[in-house]
Design a protein around this ligand. Sequence first.
Ligand code: TXA
Ligand code: MG
Length: 366
Amino acid sequence: MQAENGTEIKTRVFRVSEDNFDAVLEEAAEIIRNGGTVAFPTETVYGLGADGLCQEAVLKIFEAKQRPPGNPLSLLIHSREALRKIAVNVPENAFKLMDAFWPGPLTLVLEKSESVPAITSGNLPSVGVRMPDHRIPLELVKRAGRPLAAPSANLSGRPSPSSAAHVLADLEGRIDAVLDGGAVTIGVESTVLDMTAEPPVVLRPGAIGLDALEEIIGEVRPGYKSAKEEAGEASSEKIAGQKYGHYTPDTAVVLVEGEGALVAEKLGELADIFKHDGLKVGFLLSEESANYLDSKGLLSEDPEECFSLGAREEPDTAARRLFEGLRALDVKGLDIILADGSFSIMGLGIALIDRLKEAASTRFEV
Ligand code: TXA
Ligand code: MG
């Protein structure tokens, strides 16, 4: 594969283990200090890191990901000390949230300091900051001695990567190195909370839910698409991931949302219609819907065209498998992926449905 400027980069792959942890992390930190790009696992998804305070290094992230300029990157830090250099006028409530949820899957949008280049913040006066709950990025940031700009390590517009294999599928030949630290634990990106708004606004739902945030700081507004749509409001430019299409596989995704049994029936009806039209249909389903469709003889014969996200009442498991499922189905040469939106909205359920909606080109509610 070719990098943007036509030169091929040799992407080095390091499989991180207990034995080589120090040596690999030192080498990766060296690449970052020299202005290079390194992908690594976090607890949410794999990230692509570079020196977040160096314009040339950050430019490499935009080029590798083919990310539209202007879409802001967030910074990963390993200590509260590091915050002082990149953010100013940090509100008291932000510190309370850090106490409660850092390290963890919460990105706080704060007023940025002069030292954060405009390319990193997408020309915004604010910057997203997160302390990840994973020893690889924490150690990498520490050893590199600077905050890392670190978006998800996928090509722009593709599903986020939940394994090193996903990173390589998108970015091999375009980045300097990948640290393979195994599968991620959460599987969807962090909650993004804009602390510069009053009350603060959730720009992207993630593992830290609205209730959990409100328990610590009082009123928080849901600003992500689903809630906005329901409220019929115009979306703000700030809404994370909306201004720039996200999570879209190449194959058209048709999503059916609603109560379990009705969703299963509707999926069956659609599968039947599409198949009659001679279309090749794949499935991204809850276990329950898969059983229903199977009993009606409507599933594909090839089991690889039916990806199970697990039980409806276990949205956390479904969230962890989601991007794997979208990627696996996307390479099967299908015309349509029928996706099941009947999962419970407990835990990661809201984030799961949000990402399914992002992936979908057509949606039905039953
Ligand atoms: O879990 C995560 O957050 C992962 C891991 C790798 O840390 N990172 C991630 O980064 O998902 P990215 O760039 O793919 O998504 C960050 C989101 C984007 O939608 C971006 O628009 C939004 O956060 N964002 C970043 N800085 C912002 C700012 N200053 N104002 C508004 N939105 C911002
Ligand atoms: Mg992303």
